[in-house]
Each structure stands twice: as C-alpha cells, then as structure tokens.
Design a protein around this ligand. Structure first.
Ligand SMILES: Nc1nc2c(ncn2[C@@H]2O[C@H](COP(=O)(O)OP(=O)(O)OP(=O)(O)O)[C@@H](O)[C@H]2O)c(=O)[nH]1
Ligand SMILES: [Mg+2]
Length: 387
C-alpha cells in the first residue's frame, strides 16, 4: 500500500490546483460607460485581484484597453475616459467594441470571445440621457446576433430611492438587455455621520453567473470575490461528488489498510475547493490542514490509528466493525474534510483569517474544531448531513 504523508499529499494537492487553474478558460468582460461613472471601482471590487488598479492596461484599440494579470484567468476590456458627446469618439468606440465582439465570436475560440458586457450608468446623474439611449440602442442592435449578454449596472447608487427611479426610467426604453442592477461598489461617506454601505455586487455576481457561457462559469466563480455564497455552493457540489465516489469506493467495506483508496478523491476535492475560492493557498497551509484533520506527517493518512482515533469520538459510526470502515464512514470522512475546508476558506474570503494564518496555531485549531464538528453530524449514506 502507498504510504502517504501530509507533505506528500499537500504536494499532490498543489499539483492538482495548478492543473485545474491551467484548465480554466479566460473570462472576458467588456465594460462600457462614461468617464467617472465608477467602472474601475466596480472592477476592483468584483474580482479578487486588483486588475484595474495598477497600470493603464494594454491599448487594444484607440478607445479600448485590456487589463489582465499573469496567472489570473480574467481579461477586462475597459473604456476609460469616455465622453459621450456625439463626436468621433463615440463612433470610434461603437465600431471598435462591435469589431472586438464580432472577431471573438468569429474566432470560434471560447477564450477569445467576450462573455458578458456591463454598461455602467451612474445613479446620481438622475437621468438616462438621450445620447446614451441612442448609443446603447445602436450598440444592442448591432451586437444582437452575437448573443453576448449585456447588463446595465447602475453605479454609485448610494441613494436607493434615486436608483429605483432611474431603473424605472431605463426599463421604459425596453432595451434588449439581460437585467438592470443597481450597485454601490464601495461604502460611500455621505457626511461625517452617515455612510451608505456597499451593496448589489453579490446580486450582480449571481446574475452574471447565470448568463455567461457554461465554459467560463467555473472561471467566474474563481475570480469573483463579491459573492461568497456562490463559491460556497459550488464548493459544496465538489464535496458532494467526492463523498459519493468515496461511498462507492467503500461500498465493499474497506479494510483499514486500504483506506488510502480514498486519498485520490480527497486530493481532487481539496484542489477543486481551492480553485473555487481562488485563494492562494501555500503548501505549508495544506500540510497544516491535513495534519490537523486526517493525519499527521509520517503517519498514513486515514491509516488504522488515525481512523480509529477519529471514529472513537463519534458514536454514530461506532468502532469500525471488523477492522474495516463502511461506505457511509468513508463518505462521511470525506464530506467532513471538505466541509471543514470550505468553512475555513469562507473565513479567509471574508477577511477574518489571512491565507498565511492557516498555518498558525489559530488556523490549525480552527480547522481541527471545524472537522470535529462536521464529523459529529448525522449523515445519509452518501455523506450528506441530514439536518
Ligand atoms: N464611495 C464610492 N465611490 C465611488 C464608487 N464608484 C465610483 N466612485 C468614485 O467615483 C470616482 C470615479 O470612479 P472610477 O471608478 O475611477 O470611474 P471610471 O468609470 O473608471 O472612470 P474613467 O476611468 O475615467 O472612465 C472615484 O473617485 C471613485 O472613488 C462607489 O461605489 N463608492
Ligand atoms: Mg477607470
């Protein structure tokens, strides 16, 4: 039997993470809107890497700039400094934006296509100006055949009442768009005493997820940081799938000595969850996580002693009968590990814990506690919690 230890396992998970990242198709988002409406602010608060903060981006055309970061599967096509005054710039932008969308579709390559377009209108402007309506109508008419979803994002919506009024006004135009989403990307200080809280990015995320091509949905979940629930949901699906496979593996009760059969599935699961969260996790953190849960360095993960010591404290699973763990136990162990890891990464995603702190005593105690708590839940035969 292969004798895994935490360091080896962590290495395998790191490799898995790298290969999963490589497989992600780049998500391409185009963002249109007049200068100062908050396009850059929106981008920087929607995605986990501050892609539009540094540098000026690469000019793709006269009016369009492309922002991307190495090893981050996202490209933003931004239109900074745009004034919609009915001059040449508008004509240029229309032509260039439409050309870019057309070329992407024609290439037949999903990585080159534009997958979603945000048209930003600033709520405090109070008006949906005629020049903007004309621009948008032409743009929508000429891109209709390419079937790229267009969302209107109402930025800087610190007054919800104004946002609602403007939203009604936009709705009257019956534009061929997917949705109109009011947002406030960052908290806004109205005066010394009153601050309007950021809102709406989670909803924008949810809507965007539902309209982009399936081939880039996984990428979107990874790169967006505005909707942690979305990440959690996707990660839970990874856990459910892995637990189900573990249950099959254990359908014939697994002798302790063969419990490592579960390991490939658990490597895939931990790698998959890491990519969903899009958080840079170090190898040392993975070692800490594995050591605090299913095994310590040098011992066989899920080996006899580990399994029996884990199971001793869970009456529901009894002592592993006849020196073997059952299918349900295999599924439960796998699910508990996955769920504990998700709970930990949620804390990191919310900024309650730094990625580097996973290796600290606090991080290790947290994951141990989470794992134990998850193990104590009653579960069905596929490892899913009953309550
Ligand atoms: N507090 C707060 N400020 C915002 C928000 N959105 C935009 N701003 C502010 O509005 C100003 C313009 O925002 P940008 O994001 O630079 O606008 P832009 O559309 O990228 O502008 P250009 O790049 O010139 O086209 C900045 O001072 C932002 O800080 C928001 O949601 N909250
Ligand atoms: Mg900008």
């Amino acid at each position: 039997m292969e004798n895994f230890n935490a360091a080896e396992l962590a290495q395998k998970i790191m490799e898995r993470i790298r290969s999963e990242y490589k497989e992600l198709k780049t998500l391409n988002v185009m963002i249109l809107g007049k200068t100062g409406v908050g396009k850059s602010t929106l981008i920087n608060n929607m995605f986990s890497q501050k892609i539009a903060e540094t540098g000026v981006g690469k000019p793709v055309t006269d009016t369009i700039r492309k922002y991307e970061k190495q090893d981050f599967p996202l490209a933003i096509y931004d239109t900074p400094g745009l004034e919609l005054g009915g001059d040449n710039a508008v004509e240029n932008l229309l032509e260039e934006a439409i050309g870019l969308i057309r070329d992407g579709v024609k290439s037949g390559d999903i990585s080159k296509a534009i997958h979603c377009i945000w048209y930003c209108i600033s709520t405090p402007s109070h008006r949906f100006e005629q020049s903007e309506i004309d621009f948008l109508k032409r743009f929508l008419d000429e891109t209709e055949n390419f079937c790229v979803p267009v969302l209107i994002v109402m930025t800087q919506s610190y007054s919800r009442r104004d946002a609602l009024e403007l939203k009604h006004e936009i709705e009257k135009e019956n534009l061929k768009i997917v949705n109109i989403v009011p947002v406030l990307a960052e908290d806004y200080d109205i005066d010394e005493e009153y601050t309007a809280k950021a809102f709406g990015l989670d909803r924008l995320s949810e809507i965007m997820y539902s309209v982009i091509p399936e081939a880039v949905q996984k990428t979107f979940i990874c790169v967006q940081c505005a909707n942690i629930e979305l990440k959690k949901r996707k990660a839970q699906a990874v856990v459910a799938a892995s637990a189900a496979v573990a249950a099959t593996t254990g359908a014939v009760p697994i002798p302790f000595s063969d419990a490592a059969l579960l390991v490939p599935e658990q490597i895939g699961m931990l790698g998959g969850i890491t990519v969903v969260f899009g958080i840079p996790v170090e190898k040392a953190s993975l070692v800490a996580i594995l050591s605090s849960t299913i095994g310590t360095a040098g011992t066989t993960v899920l080996g006899k002693t580990v399994v029996s010591s884990i199971l001793k404290c869970i009456p529901a699973y009894g002592s592993a009968i006849g020196g073997a763990i059952s299918a349900a136990t295999a599924a439960a162990l796998t699910a508990a590990l996955g769920e504990a890891y998700i709970a930990l990464l949620v804390r990191v995603a919310k900024g309650e814990l730094k990625p580097a702190d996973i290796q600290s005593k606090e991080g290790m105690d947290a994951i141990r506690r989470l794992f134990k708590q998850r193990l104590s839940l009653k579960r069905d035969k596929d490892g899913m919690p009953l309550e």
